[in-house]
Design a binder for this molecule. Sequence first.
Ligand SMILES: [Fe+2]
Ligand SMILES: [Fe+2]
Length: 181
Amino acid sequence: MKPRGMLMAEHRLIERMLAIIEKEIIQIEKGRRINSTTIDSIVDFMKTFADLNHHGKEEDILFSILAKKEMTDEDSQMMQELIEEHKFCRKATEDIVQAKEDYLKGKDTIGIVILTLNSLVRFYPKHIQKEDEIFFPNSEIYLTDEELASMIKEFKNFDCTMFQNKYKQIIESLEQANGGI
Ligand SMILES: [Fe+2]
Ligand SMILES: [Fe+2]
């Protein structure tokens, strides 16, 4: 398997979340209320899986190796665009968290939640398509077989470390909530 196979499998999971978000938008519009448990699950997925884990592997491993290569202007420019698009996704997720917190305090932020969820649903498929069809195949031209093989190992290590860190953080916050153990 090539490194892009791992990233593309993650894209398929993100697409399933986007389909869930689309349905959730309809529910919010119908009921004029926010289900904070569903929003929390969406936010956890977008923050932890899509951003920290998936964008993390792209930026910290793939893009960082490519930054040392002599890429064409088009490919370099596309890599910058992809980084900017990750920032957009991060900001949209933060906006959803803020709007949900304000909603729980009694403010009418339903419109903001709908607008922001919609922006993710409209924007993200284009980002995925750009990576799957153009950037990932192009990026392999600059990488040797050894680099591709070691990238797979780095991706797996990244996943493993993230998984450990996520639960370590949960333990630490529970310990703190219990007055320190
Ligand atoms: Fe990306
Ligand atoms: Fe991606």
